[in-house]
Design a protein around this ligand. Structure first.
Ligand SMILES: NC(=O)C1=CN([C@@H]2O[C@H](COP(=O)(O)OP(=O)(O)OC[C@H]3O[C@@H](n4cnc5c(N)ncnc54)[C@H](O)[C@@H]3O)[C@@H](O)[C@H]2O)C=CC1
Ligand SMILES: O=C(O)[C@H]1O[C@H](OP(=O)(O)OP(=O)(O)OC[C@H]2O[C@@H](n3ccc(=O)[nH]c3=O)[C@H](O)[C@@H]2O)[C@H](O)[C@@H](O)[C@@H]1O
Length: 432
């Protein structure tokens, strides 16, 4: 099939390459010419394991091309819209300007029978509104939300836990087209849910809201554990053995960040409020607050462990990305804490295997360096992103580089007993 993917940011670039690897002919389109130039020569504009290799492989087959001209979509029959839906200036609602602009630009290039497939995460009701514009051209609209995780994006796209199609009542054109697009994963037994627009839109935000709630639940337990001498990690293991609860997404620490969970729970509340059911998701305000309080906790703990004042203290920060295997610093708890420690007067040197360049662009005022530079002479070490290389650090070797022997494990990922045995004051979050 001939596909276009409009918006080649994180989601779109991965989707374009993955769809090409399924044998489709794909043109990726973006208004950002530098992104298109990079993608066109097989360079991913962000860090995602396996993506440069997949891009190069697919470009070499001739199936995958990139363009900054929306007219390149004209040859395709299925058009995925994967542009950003960032948080608006109000700090809550989703900004749909890019979705509207992409659809408006695409309309003149649609022909009857084409299928436009929304992949961006949007407030419920958006698809029904856009369907009117699209159907005026004789094309049809479907909504096919995406559940991929950064760091596992290719595997999640090719073998998702489930596929969801939101289609117009009685429309089997879009379903048939999507069945053909996803023929390979469907043949592999991936569950498929075909539903209406509103349900498809809500499935996506409900899934992210649930994941965010799970993380904030365990972080709330961490707060209680901290004042009662309990250990949240053992607690998570114990409740996680109950299959109804499950251990995944129960890692307490500095909380969730990234380009999606935080903005999606806020946009969900904004939309629910517009629909008159704000109270139904009011708990998400608390989920957000618990999450942000974890960042305060690290700043407070560092201050306490450094004798009540961080001014002039050398702080080694390990990790800047919002999670490992990513260079994404969007709403990163690690970067937020780093900046706050810097603003409080600490001499911070922060490091990350992949995210230093992005962090430095955003906050040139903060000190960044290699792991060796970060650790040299540090009074305290604060781990904020659980990259495996940090987990594997030898506390005895680290102690030779640092001035102090205090470590805050913001992700509860280090072997506490090993660090303590090497003479360190070890503090996790929610652990005594
Ligand atoms: N990043 C992720 O892991 C996931 C993201 N999503 C959703 O997918 C959507 C996109 O997210 P990201 O890829 O992270 O955003 P992003 O910000 O990385 O990429 C968006 C891209 O859209 C382009 N764009 C904006 N207006 C355009 C237009 N009129 N025509 C063509 N291109 C245009 C931008 O230049 C940018 O490259 C969001 O709604 C997000 O919530 C959903 C699941 C996973
Ligand atoms: O809509 C999206 O964009 C995506 O958002 C998340 O994916 P992602 O943001 O890539 O990252 P996650 O693995 O979900 O982690 C999110 C944040 O939660 C934190 N987290 C995760 C798990 C946990 O137990 N504890 C915890 O603090 C991570 O460190 C990270 O900051 C969802 O997991 C995806 O299903 C979804 O498609």
């Amino acid at each position: 099939m001939r596909l276009s993917v409009i918006g080649c940011g994180y989601l779109g670039a991965v989707h374009a390459a993955a769809m090409s690897s399924l044998g489709h002919s794909v043109v990726g389109i973006d208004v950002d010419e530098s992104k298109i130039e990079a993608l066109g020569r097989g360079a991913a504009p962000f860090f995602e394991p396996g993506l440069p290799e997949l891009l190069s492989q697919e470009i070499a087959t001739g199936r995958l091309t990139f363009s900054s001209d929306i007219a390149a979509a004209a040859d395709a029959t299925v058009h995925f819209v994967a542009v950003g839906t960032p948080q608006s200036a109000d700090g809550l609602s989703a900004d749909l300007r890019f979705v509207d602009a992409a659809i408006d630009a695409l309309l003149p290039h649609l022909t009857p029978g084409d299928v436009v497939v929304g992949k961006s995460t949007v407030p419920v009701g958006t698809a029904a509104r856009l369907a009117e514009k699209v159907s005026a051209t004789g094309a049809v609209l479907a909504w096919n939300p995406e559940f991929l995780r950064e760091g596992f994006a290719i595997q999640d796209t090719l073998t998702p836990d489930r596929l969801v199609y939101g289609v117009a009542p009685g429309d089997d054109v879009a379903k048939a087209a999507l069945d053909e697009v996803y023929a390979t994963p469907l043949a592999g037994g991936i569950p498929l849910i075909v539903t209406d627009y509103a349900t498809a839109e809500l499935v996506k935000v409900a899934a992210n809201a649930f994941l965010a709630t799970k993380i904030s639940f365990i972080n709330a337990m961490a707060e209680v554990a901290e004042v009662s001498g309990a250990d949240v990690t053992s607690l998570a293991d114990a409740i996680g053995h109950d299959a109804r609860i499950g251990r995944r997404f129960l890692n307490a620490g500095v909380g969730f960040g990234g380009g999606c969970l935080p903005k999606d729970i806020r946009a969900f509340q904004a939309r629910a409020t517009e629909l008159g059911v704000g109270d139904s998701v009011r708990f998400l305000t608390e989920v957000d607050k618990i999450n942000l309080r974890r960042r305060d906790r690290v700043v407070d703990l560092a201050t306490e462990l450094l004798g009540g004042d961080v001014t002039g203290k050398r702080i080694a920060v390990l990790g800047l990305a919002f999670k490992p295997n990513s260079d994404d610093i969007r709403d990163s708890p690690a970067l937020d804490i780093t900046v706050r420690l810097h603003e409080a007067g600490a001499a911070v040197v922060a490091t990350d295997p992949e995210a230093v360049a992005n962090a430095r662009r955003r906050h040139p005022e903060v000190g960044f360096g290699t792991t060796t530079e970060a650790l040299a002479g540090a009074d305290i070490v604060i781990l904020l992103t659980e990259w495996s290389e940090y987990r594997e650090l030898d506390p005895t070797v680290v102690a030779e580089a640092t001035a102090g022997r205090i470590v805050i494990d913001g992700r509860n990922t280090l072997d506490a007993a090993r660090w303590r045995a090497a003479g360190w004051t070890y503090r996790g979050l929610g652990r005594s």
